[in-house]
Design a protein around this ligand. Structure first.
Ligand SMILES: *Cc1c(COP(=O)(O)O)cnc(C)c1O
Length: 455
């Protein structure tokens, strides 16, 4: 019986000759289509041997092959609509880029470029020259260097300046940020030795001074606590005091700022996020920060500071291993130009989101409620995210959708095209207009409408 059924299965060549197979080949290419058909046949054969079924018809086998092809080539990195109200959402790719940054990125991607070419003399040029000039102008630094991300910037700085040497760091700053990135482990990886100073909640200048009695200390590192906040009995020395102490002992002070704001966050009703310019003015010899946090650009790690130190970093082997790619450099340059032209708040999406007045958010949420004929517009809070300004929120207005199963609605929205990412609070599903890009609004309303209708 089984043998007869097995013989009844169509041959690969017969299936390949069908119009359905021709369509699969046109869409997915012959090798993959063939693999899918073979797998569909193998599955059917296995079922027959288990006596689970009789020989399936050709259409069923072809449908299964098509299903496999779609599953294998299902896109996994797709654009989504961020309705969470978390502006720098690390899991959703942090900062969306400005139109100018996108344009620059496309230009650098599509054709050859002057990445390392000097048009004036026709000789080799500096890879990140333009971005670095803009960074110097914006921050007042003597020199700048752009690498792949801030974790790489820190690793490079420590490898080049503190290998086989000791680095002082306050115990309040031995942080782990997202993705298991831990400052003590980066130090270890760089070959530097960690010397902890003070206690978990309080570190005094005298603690640093006392620790300096040890020999072979080469550097003081300060790391921005980024994603947490110590409340209560807490103190740390000012950066300027640390710089003075470091310089009195002929040491360098490296400041890992994390988000690296170039604009004052207090302008928007937030707490003050340490700015790059301030760190340098306070005497830090080297400051590192991310390109895709409060800067609002592409993933990058930026180092600014003393020319002599940047020059040492530039020639270190780690620098080559962590260099920035041309697409990031193009987008970063365009993003920095927004700051130079004093148009960052209007042009850089994350700053536009941070600076949007609650009144306008309320208007948008109301328009959504009207278009959907559902939900209530209520006050809520947006967050900056991305390890900047922990615990700080911005007042916002959201569309709240009530229903028996908010988690089911949340999941239905994730299946929308493009997927819509929202949050549930107090049994209600909230959609925050602050982080929804204006050009995504139509798709948002369509997706939410379908999910509400159970389609
Ligand atoms: C975010 C952060 C980093 C890592 O930056 P990436 O650009 O994500 O590599 C390092 N240090 C601090 C303090 C941070 O907040």
């Amino acid at each position: 019986m089984v043998a007869k059924d097995l013989r009844a299965l169509p041959a690969v060549d017969k299936l390949l000759g069908t119009t359905e197979a021709a369509e699969m080949i046109a869409e997915f290419g012959r090798p993959l289509a063939l693999e899918a058909i073979r797998q569909a046949l193998a599955e059917a054969r296995a079922r027959l041997k288990r006596r689970d079924s009789t020989a399936p018809a050709s259409e069923i086998l072809l449908n299964r092959a098509c299903e496999l092809l779609n599953a294998w080539l299902k896109p996994t990195l797709v654009p989504v609509i961020n309705a969470t109200g978390v502006i720098l959402h690390t899991n959703l790719g942090r900062a969306p880029l400005s139109p100018a940054a996108l344009h620059a990125l496309q230009g650098a991607a599509q054709a050859y470029s002057t990445l390392e070419f000097n048009l004036e003399d026709g000789k080799r040029g500096a890879r990140a020259g333009h971005a670095e000039d803009l960074l110097k102008r914006l921050t007042g630094a003597e020199a700048a260097l752009v690498v792949n991300n801030n974790a790489a910037a820190l690793l490079l700085a420590l490898s080049a300046l503190a290998r086989r040497r000791k680095v002082l760091i306050g115990r309040t700053q031995l942080i782990e940020i997202g993705g298991g990135f831990r400052i003590p482990e980066v130090l270890k990886q760089s070959g530097a030795r960690l010397v902890e100073v003070g206690t978990t909640n309080r570190v005094h200048l005298e603690d640093y001074a006392a620790a300096l009695a040890e020999d072979n200390i080469h550097l003081i590192l300060r790391a921005h606590s980024s994603n947490f906040r110590i409340v209560g009995f807490h103190s740390e020395p000012e950066l300027a005091e640390l710089a003075e102490l470091a310089h009195a002992h002929a040491l360098h002070l490296v400041d890992d700022l994390g988000s690296g704001a170039l604009l004052p966050t207090e302008r928007y009703g937030l707490a003050h996020e340490p700015m790059v310019q301030e760190s340098l003015a306070a005497g830090a010899d080297l400051v590192c920060f991310s390109g895709d946090k409060l800067l609002g650009g592409p993933q990058a790690g930026i180092l600014v500071g003393r020319a002599e130190l940047i020059a040492r970093l530039r020639v270190h082997p780690v620098a080559r291993a962590v260099r920035a790619d041309k697409l990031a450099l193009a987008a970063l340059t365009a993003t920095l130009e927004h700051y130079i032209r004093d148009e960052a708040e209007r042009q850089i999406p994350i700053w536009r989101m941070i600076s949007t007045a609650p009144r306008l958010l309320r208007q948008r949420a109301r328009a959504w409620a009207q278009a959907l004929g559902a939900g209530q517009v209520v006050q809520s809070q947006s967050a900056v995210g991305g390890g900047s300004l922990p615990g700080e929120t911005l007042p916002t207005w959201v569309l709240a959708l009530e229903g028996p199963a908010p988690d089911k609605l949340l999941a239905a929205l994730r299946r929308a095209r493009p997927p819509i990412i929202a949050r549930v609070e107090d049994g209600r599903l909230l959609l925050d207009p602050r982080t929804v890009l204006p050009e995504q609004e139509g798709a948002l309303l369509l997706g939410v409408g379908n999910a509400l209708a159970g389609r």
